[in-house]
Design a protein around this ligand. Structure first.
Ligand code: SAM
Length: 290
């Protein structure tokens, strides 16, 4: 529990970085509820959206907006209020403030002013998607949102794709198609997890390969499911090849077929990863089935 004095008796203010649900409101922590109830002020990315959360839990604390468009002036004001002894909770629309959301500049300014900053940990889409992905979690790169400009996005993806660890990016539904094509071009054989609407009613976790991703995205679009919030988790460069090199060829081909590739595509992917020709893979499969 955050240590708080009696309201109005505190001489030192404090800032609480408070995670909120990424969908299911039951994911709010008991500590977050208590803190949101007790602080003097809640700085919200969108006051109307946070009000819905507060109403659900009968919390009547005063709110103030804090978003990317008023960030500079608001940071000064919030730091000033904390210096005057106010306890301020910071929330974003969903998940953890500061993670692809406002929060960082306030924390930096508060730290510089010697104001205590505490964290109330909780949901974040990046951790949620990674933990359910089935890809290695010991090391990962989180990139937030990829650049909108196609050339810049491909440059960034090429750089990220050369890294050995799991990659996590946030993506807007209307950009998913373009990103899917870039991933197919640049990281063809990698496993990709599309985590959609996690913790919500239409939650879905789709596992595929980068090369099959454009078709999967087109399928989502046909079904009217290309909406909501998406996080992509992409297999890292090292794990991709290393973990499959120990499989026998038949299982290696099966691995790609299970991810949605047809036999020909799967053999091509296996040939590339094993440094063999497609012909040799074909022959090996024939030998095994004899
Ligand atoms: N601060 C948030 C966090 O800690 O996850 C992220 C905020 S960022 C502006 C919003 C992006 O997070 C969405 O565009 C989407 O990529 C991802 N996201 C948020 N909620 C999600 C969910 N329920 N399922 C999948 N991805 C989600």
């Amino acid at each position: 529990m955050p240590k708080m004095g009696v309201r109005g008796m505190d001489s030192t203010g404090e800032i609480y970085i408070c995670a909120t649900p990424i969908g299911n409101l039951e994911d709010i922590t008991l500590r977050a509820l208590k803190t949101l109830r007790q602080v003097d002020l809640i700085a919200c990315e969108d006051t109307r959206r946070t009000r819905r959360l507060l109403d659900r839990f009968n919390i009547h604390t005063r709110t103030i907006s804090y978003h990317e468009h008023n960030e500079r002036s608001r940071v000064k004001q919030l730091v000033q209020l904390a210096k005057q002894g106010k306890r301020i909770a910071v929330v974003s629309d969903a998940g953890t403030p500061g993670i692809a959301d406002p929060g960082f500049t306030l924390v930096r300014a508060a730290v510089a002013e010697g104001i205590k900053v505490s964290v109330l940990p909780g949901p974040s889409a990046l951790v949620a998607a990674l933990s359910v992905s089935g890809l290695p979690t010991d090391r990962f790169t989180f990139y937030g949102f990829l650049p909108r400009d196609r050339l810049e996005r491909r440059r960034v993806l090429t750089e990220l794709g050369s890294r050995p660890e799991t990659l996590i990016v946030y993506e807007a539904p209307h950009r998913l198609r373009d990103t899917a094509h870039d991933l197919a071009d640049l990281m063809a054989e990698r496993t990709v997890i599309v985590a959609r609407e996690l913790t919500k009613h239409h939650e879905g976790v789709l596992r595929t390969t980068a090369v099959a991703l454009p078709e999967k995205v087109a399928e989502l679009e046909r079904k009217g499911s290309l909406k909501g919030e998406f996080t992509l988790v992409v297999e890292g460069g090292a794990t991709a090849v290393n973990s499959r090199a120990s499989l026998d060829i038949r299982r290696h081909v099966q691995y790609f077929e299970d991810l949605g590739l047809d036999r020909k595509q799967a053999m091509k992917a296996v040939a590339k990863e094993r440094g063999m020709s497609k012909r040799d893979i074909y022959k090996a499969l024939q030998e095994i089935s004899k």
